[in-house]
Design a protein around this ligand. Structure first.
Ligand SMILES: C[S@@+](CC[C@H](N)C(=O)[O-])C[C@H]1O[C@@H](n2cnc3c(N)ncnc32)[C@H](O)[C@@H]1O
Length: 270
């Protein structure tokens, strides 16, 4: 982990009632995982489990003969997961405050590693994929899903929600340890292959938010990112304008939002 690496979103102890990532992506992620071959009895590692909605789903899929190890380097996030598991009476999950960089400390080999929307927050995503490879059994499966934030757009266009053209360097010029890469999803297949995996499936997902109930989650994202935004030079007044414009986007029925995209891969250690 590089010394200035830190997670940029603030989510409280209670988690969110309406998590826009879960609502926008869980159906396609779950379909992809089922197609990828998650089976009862498997030993799963959930990396960067966050609020644990997917952790609880994974635990139900593998059943009592299987197990899920859920890790997150944030105790606050992990506590949200722990509360959820307790409430849902799920007992086949072990939880640890642990960084993705330190998975080897678990001293376990897994049948299945699931990691979604974590590598695009890390400064060394390429090395982390190699760590996944090292901690899978032979024929073990890594299902990864990472963001493509440049895929976002609004129509009609709005300064509060817009994509951009990413600066795509040649792979040989990309280095770990420098910064986070919100477009790492674009590169997931390439670097999984570089880590030694065989790629057996790859899909792009692009959720669209067009109903008010779907769009309202954008405000939680804005709030969670506020501290980072201000640290990066946005003034309180500029932030407020973005907030007001986001409220307008949410309430305007003719406003379409293309949310962040993602890339999913099924990668196998042969
Ligand atoms: C956007 S959330 C995704 C949560 C969950 N995987 C999902 O898809 O709903 C990113 C999560 O990664 C965690 N995280 C960030 N850096 C991490 C690291 N180095 N090791 C483990 N988890 C990390 C954060 O605490 C947060 O819970």
């Amino acid at each position: 982990m590089s010394k200035n690496e830190k997670y940029e979103l603030e989510i409280g102890e209670e988690g969110l009632d309406y998590d826009i990532l879960d609502v926008s992506f869980n159906p396609s992620t779950q379909a992809f995982i089922v197609e990828a071959g998650l089976k009862p009895g498997m030993k799963v590692l959930d990396v960067g489990c966050g609020a644990g909605v997917m952790t609880s789903w994974l635990a139900n899929q593998v059943g009592p003969q299987g197990s899920v190890t859920a890790i997150d380097n944030s105790e606050v996030q992990l506590n949200v997961t722990r509360k959820r598991l307790q409430k849902e009476n799920i007992s086949n999950v072990k939880t640890f405050v642990l960084s993705a960089y330190d998975i080897s400390q678990l001293k376990e080999q897994f049948d299945f590693i699931y990691c979604r929307f974590v590598l695009h927050h890390l400064h060394s995503p390429r090395n982390t994929i190699k760590i996944f490879y090292a901690n899978l059994k032979q024929n073990g499966i890594y299902v990864g899903e990472e963001g493509i934030i440049s895929a976002a757009f609004a129509y009609p266009a709005s300064f509060a929600w817009n994509g951009y053209m990413p600066d795509l360097k040649k792979p040989e010029l990309e280095k770990d340890g420098e910064n986070r890469d919100g477009d790492f999803g674009m590169k997931l297949l390439y670097y999984a292959k570089q880590a030694g995996f065989e790629i057996e499936n790859c899909k792009i997902v692009q959720p669209v938010l067009w109903k008010k109930e779907q769009k309202k989650g954008l405000l939680d994202g804005l709030m969670a990112f506020k501290k980072t935004d201000l640290e990066h030079g946005t003034t309180e007044e500029e932030w407020q304008k973005k907030y007001d414009e986001t409220v307008r986007l949410i309430n305007d029925d003719s406003q379409m939002i293309a949310f962040y995209g993602s890339c999913q891969i099924r990668a196998v250690k042969k």
